[in-house]
Design a protein around this ligand. Structure first.
Ligand SMILES: Cc1cc2nc3c(=O)[nH]c(=O)nc-3n(C[C@H](O)[C@H](O)[C@H](O)COP(=O)(O)OP(=O)(O)OC[C@H]3O[C@@H](n4cnc5c(N)ncnc54)[C@H](O)[C@@H]3O)c2cc1C
Length: 349
């Protein structure tokens, strides 16, 4: 029988960052994942941004999350010997003079100044807007599919990865831990993301409010350059006259795959903000594992012994997972307190 400290179920953004963090702290890990069944991370645009631009509010624990991600993703690049971390200023294009004034005011405030450049800059060529734009700092993009491939490759080298569906019905209690076939572990952590949110996992986790999202890839008449433009929707230049445009939000109508309605919404957006012709060349949909009270689900499973949950990253997995993984792993290693507001037990009546 093979023994590890932790079994991790799921190799999306959550499972990958958590596994890296566990191993960094010296734990042995075995991961189960079906990459082809991934319904969220492989669609993610991979942006991180500590400010909710529409309301000019900081994301919960934003400063600590930024500090953590700036250390973790480059370290994961070193660990895997692959590149996927790209600091990139997000350009906020203002819809009106009020938004511009709000930007200037906030950029002068100590809590926002690390993230908002006070200068008002011109609009890039071919973007239609009348009120200027502001550049964010400490924002960027993780090329998620590349990161997941890199982590999977690294784990496969060490035989720490099984590309198969984990069957919760076969999990047994074993001494102080768990047993799954010929694999024993101190504990098991569910990072099943969208599958849990959709109730497709046999491990019941409550509290989700799944949100469907869609993105399109367009070919533009001119190159957008190295720009990530936020104008309600974002438009990210990917080189070679191509850009990624997204993302949409839908709380119901989860028919499988991309929808004509949301494609239209995104094409209407490009039409409104892009001064030139374009053609849609790709369209993808995914499910965000969001939670009813907008806090992730991290901690012991409310009913199952030695089973833990690391899920509920909603639309901000890239920003949140490095910080939250560190929290959970430090609890395992040193007994430091868990984040009360994230405990899965809060969702059980
Ligand atoms: C259109 C769109 C755009 C987005 N853009 C961004 C963005 O710019 N920035 C950002 O931070 N977030 C973004 N998100 C949100 C982000 O995608 C999610 O928060 C994130 O992917 C969740 O990751 P996860 O690892 O928790 O879950 P998932 O990505 O769902 O991964 C779970 C993995 O577990 C596997 N799995 C599940 N059950 C089992 C089992 N029993 N056995 C084996 N394997 C199993 C699945 O196959 C999958 O590979 C976006 C989402 C969408 C839909």
């Amino acid at each position: 029988m093979k023994y590890v400290d932790y079994i991790v179920v799921g190799g999306g953004i959550s499972g990958s960052v958590l596994t890296y963090t566990l191993m960094k702290y010296g734990a042995s890990v075995h991961v189960f994942d079906v990459p082809q069944a991934n319904k969220s991370s492989i669609v993610a645009s991979g942006l991180w941004n500590p400010i909710v631009l529409k309301r000019m509010k900081k994301v919960w624990n934003a400063d600590a999350m930024i500090e953590s991600l700036q250390a973790v993703y480059p370290a994961m690049e070193n660990w895997t010997n692959q590149k996927f971390y790209e600091p990139l200023p997000i350009r906020r294009v203002f819809h009106n003079a009020g938004e511009q004034n709000q930007w200037v005011e906030h950029s002068d405030h100590p809590s926002f100044s690390p993230y908002l450049n006070e200068a008002i800059s011109d609009i890039p060529e071919y973007i239609i807007a009348a009120h200027g734009s502001g550049l964010m700092q400490q924002t960027g993009r993780v090329h998620v599919s590349k990161m997941l491939d890199a982590v999977r490759g690294k784990l496969k080298q060490g035989e720490h990865f099984s590309e198969e569906e984990f069957d919760w019905d076969r999990l047994e209690a074993h001494g102080d831990g768990v047993k799954y076939g010929a694999l024993g572990a101190h504990a098991i952590i569910s990072c099943e993301g969208a599958q849990s949110a959709l109730g497709e996992s046999k491990l019941e986790v409550t509290g989700f409010s799944a949100v469907k999202g869609e993105v399109i890839k367009v070919e533009l008449a001119h190159d957008l350059g190295k720009e990530c433009i936020h104008q309600g929707h974002f438009m990210i230049g990917e080189g070679g006259n191509r850009a990624l445009v997204g993302a949409t939000y839908a709380w119901d109508g989860f028919e499988e795959g991309p929808s004509a309605l949301k494609r239209q919404e995104l094409e209407d957006h490009v039409q409104k903000v892009w001064d030139g012709s374009f053609k849609t060349i790709g369209h993808k949909a995914g499910i965000r594992p969001a939670v009813k009270d907008r806090r992730p689900l991290i901690g012991p499973h409310p009913k199952e012994k030695n089973v833990w949950v690391f899920n509920g990253m909603g639309s901000r997995a890239v920003l949140m997972t490095p910080y939250l993984a560190q929290h959970l792993v430090e609890h395992f290693m040193y007994g430091s307190p868990l984040l009360e507001e994230c405990l899965p037990a809060r969702m059980v009546k």
